[in-house]
Write a protein that binds this ligand. Structure first.
Ligand code: NAP
Length: 481
């Protein structure tokens, strides 16, 4: 088990007392004294209900303290009078000062690297050990997702240290700390009040990632793509793991080189969701690709079966299941707008179900190629008015109408008559296309339906268990409302 240390800047006495209360879910609290010249330490430290770490960092160590080194040490000494449990000092400060201050509190010696994650961290740990601290803390910067591996390897070789990476790419190591044996992870109280880059909030760690349930046996899943920051997959998959009592966690992997990533993370992870831009490129690095994913020419799911990677496409079945909640598909005339990754998956599913498909797309050549691959009709997007006539179902599989372009629609409102409209865009929940269709008394299927169905299929592939679809839907709706 790893402890969560809530960290925040102590600026005034009242604010610090308030923030100490907000940290009630944490195991420890780190008070950053960088701007605490006017804080009444007696008052705040008498209010503590958790073990407190004090630290004060200047600019060279990523902090905000602006005085001299002597003033910094004096500030720490002033706080030490009121008995915090730990003092955190940088590995490169004067050894005499370390000797003096450690008499008043337990000692954390920390190494920070704000540029990168060096490979030779063992040497750094060995140097710090000579100072005989109560705890060692190694904090580096991840520039690539693979930098987290250096930290995981360090943790495997050194029990009883705290180690993680800073930066957006370092979030993975902060979340996975209990799995690799870090003693602590640090969390902010609010999103806009971080003491270091890449910190998650206390709420995110405990509520989204179920941090307190993670341990060395937890199975790791995640999303690989670039960008991945706005994905809702961690929210729904982690909540589903919790609900189904599965010891697993789902994190975000922002990946630039998919081959390198799969080689390096294969041994640590059980499966992935795959998003843009790796849905096609990842395929050539897998051991086996399921038949319909092969036909579609793209995957969105990878499962690790005893070291062999299997690729699947759940967008196809997700879209078909969403459609079938409202209509039969066989012999229906369906206009599919779009010829990108999602459209390819949907077209393959529709064809298998016996629909009469017409494809239209902004770039006509792509519509033509997709139509040829599944043997169906295609038309230019400029002929939409004529193409729409007589269709039973229209599916928008373009990104038009997606946040932030929420005022746009691919079909003018006056053309929406007596037809079932399915929009696969799910952010916003109700796109302009869906609102226009509803206003014209058309039946509709929202993008969230396909999103939940494809995620549920993914969950089943990952765990062999049924996904709690209602819970998934509730969480996505809450997020997008
Ligand atoms: P993609 O491969 O990049 O394809 C984008 C499609 O949108 C292409 O057909 C593109 O046409 C068209 N397009 C983009 N901007 C356009 C514009 N201004 N006017 C007309 N057409 C335009 O993306 P994708 O993976 O297929 O995803 C498409 C959308 O579906 C995204 O919004 C995505 O979030 C959503 N999606 C939803 C689910 C779900 O579960 N609900 C699953 C997957 C995707 P060109 O070929 O001419 O560029």
């Amino acid at each position: 088990m790893a402890l969560i240390c809530a960290t925040f800047f102590s600026k005034t006495t009242q604010q610090t007392i308030r923030d100490l209360k907000k940290a009630s879910n944490a195991d420890l609290v780190e008070l950053r004294l960088d701007e605490a010249e006017r804080v009444n330490f007696q008052k705040i430290l008498s209010k503590k209900t958790k073990p407190v770490i004090i630290a004060c960092r200047d600019k060279t160590n990523g902090g905000r303290f602006q005085g001299t080194e002597e003033q910094r040490i004096n500030l720490l000494k002033k706080a030490l009078r009121y008995k915090p449990k730990y003092i955190d000092l940088e590995s490169d400060i004067d050894k005499e000062i370390i000797k003096e201050l450690r008499k008043k509190a337990k000692l954390i010696i920390s190494y920070h690297n704000f540029k990168n994650t060096p490979k030779n961290l063992e040497k750094t740990v060995a140097e710090i050990k000579k100072l005989k601290p109560d705890m060692i803390k190694i904090v580096t910067t991840a520039n690539e997702i693979e930098d987290n591996l250096t930290i995981f390897n360090l943790l495997k070789k050194n029990n009883k240290i705290t180690a993680f990476c800073m930066g957006e790419q370092g979030k993975t190591s902060r979340i996975l700390a209990p799995i690799f044996g870090s003693l602590m992870t640090y969390a902010s109280l609010e999103k806009n009040n971080l003491t270091a880059e890449g910190q998650l909030t206390l709420n995110e760690l405990t509520k989204v990632y179920n941090f307190n349930n993670l341990n060395k046996k937890t199975r790791i899943y995640g999303l690989i793509g670039n960008p991945v920051e706005h994905s809702m997959s961690p929210l729904i998959h982690n909540a589903s793991f919790k609900k189904q009592k599965i010891n697993a966690v789902y994190v975000l992997f922002k990946v630039s080189n998919v081959k390198f990533f799969l080689n390096n993370f294969k041994n640590l992870t059980e499966g992935f969701s795959v998003t843009i831009p790796h849905k096609i490129t990842a395929m050539k690095h897998l051991n086996c690709i399921e038949k319909s994913a092969k036909k579609i020419g793209a995957i969105n799911t990878v499962v690790n079966k005893k070291g062999k990677l299997y690729g699947y496409n759940t967008d196809c079945i997700g879209a078909i299941k969403a459609l079938e909640t409202k209509t039969r598909i066989r012999n229906k005339k369906i206009l599919l707008i779009g010829a990108g990754g999602a459209a390819k998956a949907i077209a393959t599913g529709l064809k298998n179900k016996g629909a009469k498909i017409t494809i239209t797309n902004r770039t006509l050549n792509k519509a033509k190629a997709l139509a040829k691959s599944i043997t169906c009709d295609y038309k230019p997007l400029s002929a939409l008015k004529e193409t729409i006539k007589g269709q039973d179902i229209i599916i928008n599989a373009t990104s038009v109408g997606m946040y932030p372009g929420i005022k746009k629609t691919i079909i003018p409102k006056q053309l929406l008559k007596k037809v079932l409209i399915m929009d696969i865009v799910y952010n916003p929940l109700r796109t302009k296309l869906i609102k226009d269709a509803e206003n014209n008394n058309c039946k509709t299927i929202l993008g969230i339906e396909m999103f939940i169905e494809q995620a549920a299929e993914q969950f089943k592939l990952f765990t062999g268990k049924k996904a709690p679809k209602q819970l998934m839907r509730k969480l996505v709706e809450q997020q997008l409302r």
